[in-house]
Design a binder for this molecule. Structure first.
Ligand code: HEM
Length: 566
């Protein structure tokens, strides 16, 4: 009672503006602690709306202020909060004050969300590294590294869980997707069935699906040799049909029809774009989720759920597909995953595995078409391995031993990794962490920027920006694209800096399968067809048209195809 009386007296004696101002500063102290963290929307609601509303009600009762004054004081409250946020973030007292970066990035993650929404964040963040150095403050509490010696600490040492960027990775039924699981122990439980589904014996058992799906686009394309073919589209048709068979044992029919049946893949691209920018502002995710989901998201969730549910209610697999292992159909024990988790895993596999592989294959075509010498060398290697036309999908294990094929794929994934961005992790240790020699305090989010580190001349030289597959070969001397010959000592290829599938316990679960399918399609395509760029293609625009939406959104790549005779 006495306390209430005291508060009332204080309110009576103070000017309303000073009450609102000091309350805003106090609330900010609480708010800034959680601003970039996943907290319940009620928390934001309370600090932003309930507190000022309660104060205004009190002030109204005591000072009899008008409605216009109430609105003014409410605005003042929010303004003080916003100003306190900005001042603290750019002040020398902020724990990241010594790290360079653009002012807008220091103030708000909205800056990175804006770059992401523009679609060229991979180039933009690389430009920031060129301007500010190896470590850049890309958000108020976030650092981007362009240093290969940061990779192990951030991703492999199991000390830094995924950051708040991943809060959006929960489906509409509330199930956290595998790639959104941030707790290491829970992640290990969810990941176990995947590791079984992707071990070498399982990968071998998928080879019939890989061979039959990889041969399908070749058949369909041979019927279209008189037209320009958008190979980018065809790689997506392939990627989705392959994953449809792999995961659900189901035909999407994209290759057969030569179009995006059900608009599935375009819908997915739209969803990824929304998710990619909203993930940059994690506190917006629970708020967005309170609203009605966009129709694209609903549509995609439905198609995926229906396919997964149909597969789960079927009597088991006809072929050994992903669910064969996820549901433990290979032995009698019960699956470790709940039914909802199983459905979610199927959806993740489609999202994670279809477009990424399609992007890698399209980029491989792009680089080989613009580097005819490399294409010639590759074709020679394929012809030596598979002298008979049509045999190139017979024994896929041979392809893992083809050095130039693997060099071309690696070089493509280096220059244009399908996941271009840095994958966020959080420093959670109370004592902070030392990353690549830099001290990073607790509560800071960190990442190694894929696109930048893959082109860093410290790790890939010479000509780090040029497609030059030879850098992956082990030779005594190397011929550069301009004809110069250089010795082994002048070539630096740091495989530890190569992370298109990420690194550590949360790296890509489908890496081995992806490599099998990339090799198979490349062998089939370049063995059976002569590819050239179509005249309608302005090839300089291809890279400029790529959009970084966490995974890559591609424009068209028109080619002409000529079947090879032998
Ligand atoms: C060239 C093709 C591919 C690339 C470049 C690629 C890349 C990646 C990357 C970088 C991650 C880490 C994502 C993160 O931490 O945010 C990832 C995760 C994942 N990928 Fe792939 N991926 C490819 C193909 C595939 C395929 C074919 C599958 C499925 C069979 C697959 C399934 C997954 C899954 C399930 C995860 C989540 C893993 C986890 O969180 O434990 N990926 N992928």
């Amino acid at each position: 009672m006495a306390l209430l009386q005291l508060a009332q007296d204080a309110f009576r004696r103070s000017h309303p503006a000073s009450v609102m101002g000091w309350a805003a500063v106090a609330c900010y102290a609480l708010y800034h602690k959680y601003l970039n963290k996943p907290v319940h929307p009620l928390y934001h609601f309370c600090l932003l709306l309930v507190v000022p509303a309660a104060l205004l009600a009190l002030l109204q009762a005591i000072h009899r202020i008008s409605v216009a004054q109430e609105c003014g004081y409410a605005l003042f409250y929010w303004l003080v909060m916003a100003s306190a946020t900005v001042v603290y973030r750019i002040s020398p007292f902020h724990p990241l004050a010594n790290y360079p970066g653009p002012l807008a990035a220091k103030i708000s993650k909205l800056y990175l969300a804006y770059l992401t929404a523009k679609g060229r964040a991979h180039e933009d963040v690389r430009a920031l590294h060129s301007k500010y150095g190896d470590v850049v403050r890309i958000g108020p509490n976030e650092l981007s590294f362009n240093r290969s010696d940061a990779i192990q600490t951030i991703y492999a040492d199991k000390t830094m869980p995924k950051g708040p960027y991943y809060v959006a990775r929960t489906n509409l039924a509330g199930v956290v997707q595998l790639d959104g699981v941030r707790d290491f122990k829970e992640h290990a439980r969810r990941r176990r069935p995947w590791n079984k589904a992707m071990n070498s014996a399982a990968i071998k058992s998928y080879e019939p699906i890989v061979s039959s799906t990889a041969s399908q686009p070749l058949g369909e394309l041979s019927r279209r040799i008189h037209n320009d073919v958008n190979i980018s589209d065809w790689m997506s048709f392939y990627g989705f049909d392959f994953m449809g068979r792999m995961v659900f044992g189901r035909e999407w029919g994209m290759l057969k029809e030569g179009r995006d049946v059900n608009d599935y893949w375009h819908t997915m691209d739209k969803c990824l774009t929304i998710v990619s920018w909203s993930s940059q502002i994690p506190w917006s995710v629970p708020i967005i989720r309170l609203m009605k989901p966009p129709p694209e998201v609903l549509k995609m969730q439905k198609i995926s759920d229906d396919s997964a549910t149909a597969r789960l209610t079927s009597e088991g697999s006809r072929v050994k597909d992903l669910y064969y292992y996820l549901l433990n159909e290979d032995d009698s024990s019960k699956s470790e995953l709940t039914r909802d988790e199983c459905i979610s895993e199927g959806v993740v596999a489609i999202v994670a595995g279809s477009d990424t592989a399609a992007t890698a294959l399209t980029h491989l075509c792009y680089y080989l078409l613009t580097h005819p010498d490399s294409l010639k060398k590759l074709r020679q290697e394929i012809e030596e391995a598979y002298p008979t036309l049509g045999s190139e999908l017979d024994d896929l294990s041979r392809q893992a031993e083809m050095p130039y094929l693997n060099a071309c794929i690696n070089e493509t994934l280096r220059l244009l990794p399908p996941v271009l961005t840095g994958l966020q992790r959080s420093v959670t240790a109370g004592s902070g962490a030392i990353i690549a020699g830099y001290f990073v305090p607790e509560g800071v989010d960190v990442s190694v920027h894929h696109y930048s580190v893959h082109r860093n001349s410290q790790d890939f030289s010479p000509i780090p920006d040029t497609f030059w597959p030879d850098r992956w070969l082990d030779q005594d001397a190397y011929v550069l694209p301009n004809g110069d010959v250089i010795g082994k000592g002048e070539v630096r290829t740091n495989r530890g800096a190569f992370m298109p599938f990420s690194v550590g316990p949360q790296q890509c679960a489908g890496k081995n399968l992806a490599m099998v399918e990339l090799r198979a399609v490349a062998c089939g395509l370049f063995r059976r067809f002569d590819l050239s760029l179509s005249e309608r293609m302005n090839i300089c625009d291809y890279e400029k048209g790529l959009r970084d939406a966490y995974t890559t959104v591609r424009g068209p790549l028109y080619v002409k195809l000529k079947p090879r005779k032998e």
